[in-house]
Design a protein around this ligand. Structure first.
Ligand code: ADP
Ligand code: MG
Length: 252
């Protein structure tokens, strides 16, 4: 990684306290434009909270967040989404009774707001757009399937499609492969990497499976008890003493 790489997201001394607990503790992190950046760490390390601080779903107790050089710390989550940060939640954000097409449609309308109203054939245009978004994740044949009957892997794909409908510059994924078999986890991660290259967006992902992390991350940040242990390349992170003990010596 060269020194001159453009920084898309930066947190400066970001902390979040829940009473006496420091869920995120003074984290300063720079994410390069175009990279796939993994966040790892034991359960309760503050990974999900850190992502929530970026989109102000949880407000930081201290510190600042910058996106494309602009201070977004106090912006509303909705405005942050409109700036180009999309987060795929660990807990499903799907509408289970709606079809895949309808789930994506909601996201498209939210993102494009009033633009569709001006189109003469709004409904068929929207359906075509939904199909295109679903095709990105290989789900174009599930247009009219109800979300609740999808396999777990396809639900994750649909969740990713919904975030892609927002045309993000930065996509944040909280355990995108959780609950799916390893082979499918690999497929999902590969799909995300390919899409990121094709559509030119940056990815931050939280992931427990170290094989996936070391195969798909350009850089890795390690959190422990809210604090940043290190940010580095996979090769160097693998040599890190904390990582060695937490992941390769003992159980997570
Ligand atoms: P991770 O995603 O790394 O497993 P989390 O960010 O979910 O960790 O949680 C970090 C710590 O903060 C945990 O100890 C968790 O119990 C605590 N925590 C998270 N959210 C809240 C909340 N809303 N209220 C109180 N404690 C919380
Ligand atoms: Mg979590």
């Amino acid at each position: 990684m060269s020194e001159e790489r453009k920084i898309i997201l930066e947190t400066q001394n970001v902390s979040r306290y829940f009473g006496a607990l420091k869920a995120v503790d003074n984290v300063s992190l720079q994410i390069y434009e175009g990279e796939a950046h993994a966040i790892i760490g034991p359960n309760g390390a503050g990974k999900s909270t850190f992502m929530d601080l970026v989109i102000n779903r949880t407000s930081p107790s201290e510190g600042k967040v910058f996106f494309e050089g602009k201070d977004i710390t106090k912006k509303k989550p909705y405005d942050i989404a409109n700036l180009g940060i999309s987060k795929c939640f660990q807990i499903s954000q799907l509408f289970p009774k709606l079809t895949c097409c309808e789930n994506v449609r909601i996201a498209l309308i939210k993102h494009h707001n009033k633009i569709f109203d001006m189109l003469p054939k709004k409904e068929s245009y929207l359906r075509d757009e939904c199909r295109k978004v679903l095709a990105m994740v290989g789900m174009q044949d599930h247009m009219d399937d109800s979300a609740r009957f999808l396999s777990y892997g396809d639900q994750r794909r649909l969740e990713i499609a919904i975030t892609l409908a927002m045309e993000p510059k930065l996509l944040m994924l909280d355990e995108p492969t959780a609950g799916v078999a390893r082979a499918e986890g690999y497929e999902i991660m590969k799909m995300i990497r390919d899409l990121a290259k094709e559509k030119d967006f940056t990815v931050i992902f939280i992931e427990h499976d170290m094989d996936i992390v070391f195969n798909y991350a350009d850089r890795i940040s390690v959190l422990s008890q809210g604090a940043l242990v290190t940010t580095d390349t996979p090769e160097r992170v693998k040599q890190n003493k904390f990582v060695q003990e937490a992941y390769f010596g003992g159980k997570l």
